[in-house]
Design a protein around this ligand. Sequence first.
Ligand code: HEC
Length: 107
Amino acid sequence: MARLQWLGLIAAAALAVAGGAHAEGDKAAGRKLVYTCNGCHGVVGYENVYPSYPVPKIAGQNAQYITAALHGYKTGERKHPTMNAQAESLSDKDIADIAAYLSSIAK
Ligand code: HEC
């Protein structure tokens, strides 16, 4: 009996790890995807490349916030021509990957 419970625990832990990795998105993939975003959001130096064109800082933001923002732009719920165009081509997985990467960067 004790042995069976132990096996159940291991199975539950394995499921939790697999599930967590999926929900979190793939940081490495996200890192490649945000390459094009850096032109405006300047993730690396946390500064905008064009001082006359203000863009929000997205590095270090909460993953859920980034996901919600990108889905909003993708569906047109949140309107901004530039970001609507950017988000249009992103799949749900891309958005999860981007959110995982950006939220993993220190502010
Ligand atoms: C051409 C410039 C440009 C590019 C390229 C760009 N963005 Fe943006 N982004 C903006 C601007 C400007 C805003 C502010 C829009 C607004 O006021 O809603 C914004 C807003 C955002 C927001 C919302 C931030 C907040 O604080 O609410 C997120 C998230 C975001 N961008 C992610 C991305 C990602 C991910 C990419 C790459 C796939 C990207 N952006 C590419 C200019 C850009």
